[in-house]
Design a protein around this ligand. Structure first.
Ligand code: SAH
Length: 299
């Protein structure tokens, strides 16, 4: 397994799986969190594991060997939460986990152009079965304004306009096909001080552009907005919802949603401030660096 589950101890502490309780892992990935839940909710408690990426579903099939019919795997988007739960006749639901974004296996082990460390085609789809929009399409076919807007809104990239302009210039010379071409275009559009930033933790100058494209391709922020209310309405009383996010745009959506539902008296927030990784985990798992966990309980 390439991927190490983030904030595992903290997630378990808050989800607090007890004998025979049922959980939904909306982003089962390689099964890191789900395994720990299944170790605690026997003998008949179940986990419904959802993932958009069929390769990720294949990667968590090992759970079926160990836990047989206590694990149910579904390849679908968590945006279809209610429909999946009803189709599988799953419940009562005592807890739900969302570990957003992508896994290290997707970042490093696929040919989809998620990483700016390797030269690959510009795809960035979690699922090529259901999604037709690719990063290639955005970069080569969208207007300058549309590109600038996603770099701004999904990347919070301060050179959004300059980068978008350079993309349009460069594609006149031929289709922009690879991650390395795109990185050069970003470099060319930004001042040299931006390439060797002194910010801590250091981020690569193309990070925000790549993040923005990935969010746009997979419609990530919309999907988060869609799933949260469905989870709250489907959970049993005392059900716990735990969400791990990896950048401020995601975290803001979760925080605002929790605050609104808490005010309405529907949930109680269990994490006044988001939980972040301890020093130990930070040293071992780079993905934990920007992770924030928020948890609430249904009243
Ligand atoms: N907790 C997992 C890792 C999750 S990584 C583990 O411990 O192994 C995030 C996962 O979310 C990825 O596998 C990705 O394919 C999946 N994902 C992203 N968007 C999704 C969506 N809309 N619906 C379902 N899964 C999604």
């Amino acid at each position: 397994m390439i991927h190490t589950a983030v904030l595992k101890k903290e997630v378990l502490e808050y989800l607090d799986p007890k004998s025979n309780e049922n959980f939904v892992d909306c982003t089962v990935g390689e099964g890191g969190h789900t395994e720990e839940i299944l170790k605690r909710n026997g003998p008949v408690g179940k986990v419904l594991g959802i993932d958009l990426d069929s390769h990720q579903i294949a990667s968590s099939q090992w759970l079926q060997v160990q836990f047989s019919d206590r694990i149910i795997l579904v390849r679908d988007s968590y945006a279809n939460f209610t429909e999946i739960i009803e189709r599988k006749n799953f419940g009562p639901i005592n807890g739900v986990l969302l570990d957003l974004g992508m896994s290290s296996a997707q970042l490093e082990g696929t040919q989809k152009g998620f990483s700016f460390k390797v030269d690959q085609g510009l795809d960035m789809r979690y699922s090529d079965e259901t999604n037709y929009l690719t990063a290639d399409k955005i970069v080569n076919e969208w207007s300058e304004d549309e590109i600038a807007k996603i770099l701004q809104n999904y990347g919070e990239e301060k050179f959004a306009k300059k980068i978008a302009k350079n993309i349009i210039e460069q594609r006149k010379l031929g289709r922009i096909k690879t991650t390395f071409q795109l990185i050069e275009i970003v470099k060319d559009a930004t001042p040299s001080a931006y390439w060797t930033t002194r910010r801590v933790p250091r981020i690569h100058y193309a990070t925000r552009t790549f993040q923005a494209l990935r969010i746009a391709v997979n419609d990530e922020l919309e999907n988060i907005k869609k799933v949260l209310p469905q989870v709250i309405s489907k959970m049993a009383p005392d059900g716990r919802i735990a969400v791990i996010s990896f950048h401020s745009l995601e975290d803001r959506i979760i925080k605002e949603f929790f605050n609104k539902k808490a005010k309405e008296g529907v949930i109680k927030i269990l994490t006044k401030k988001p939980i972040t990784a301890g020093r130990d985990e930070l040293g071992k798992n780079p993905r934990s660096r920007s992770a924030k966990l928020r948890v609430a309980i249904k009243l």
